[in-house]
Design a protein around this ligand. Sequence first.
Ligand SMILES: [Zn+2]
Length: 260
Amino acid sequence: MQTDQHRLSYSQLSKWMECEAAAYAEYVTKTWQQTDRTAFMLGRYFEAVLFGDLQSAELELQRDIQADARVLTQKRGAATADRLAAEAAVVRARAQPALVAYLEGDHWAEMSCTIHGVRFKCILDVLHLERGRIVDVKYVKDLNRTWCERDGRNVKLPWWRAWGYEKQQAIYREAVLQTHGVACDTYLLPVTKQKPADYDLLGPFGPPGQLERILDDLAEPIARAIELKEQKDEPIRCEKSSCDYCRETRFISGPMEVRL
Ligand SMILES: [Zn+2]
């Protein structure tokens, strides 16, 4: 039976895959939440201005003030440096016709789909059904390859793979296929927070069939997330130094022997 508890989103699934203990505390026991919402709020504001949706941008500003987040607005109402940088990046991005063309379509299109028996909620940044195109806008630190830990080894990956965005693309493509019967090409449109900002337009992601294979590979992580959401097993701590939750809840029981 489908219940609301079974609902996942790409961002929630990626948190379960990153650190089970952190996701468990956030979504099951609701005892912990990622405190730094700076990147999230800034990203939303950036997209609102980029899409020319001034009402949404205004709403984002009001939310920021109400939440006392001070990500976008300083105490006396002045824009923060982050907000000015985002607006400057938008001005430059909108001056590039090749990028602007890929912003055409429905913005923040909401839909859901069923993947490996689980309901997924999706919000697509840009959906252009006639052109068969999904574009995901990313407001990111930079476009450099990033060191990541994979299977206990440190490897350097393209920025989008480090964040697992190919999985997000596979899920969004499937959502449009199930909702509208259209098999879309998927693109990433990153803009960096650097001064001056850098840009890219990546896609379509392929070769054909590859996104379907990525979707197939999600069967196990999805089943594991549901198992933990239903509290049928204990979540495992990732113990990575990069994990906010594991750092915050780490308990040192004593010294650890060092062998030289
Ligand atoms: Zn962790």
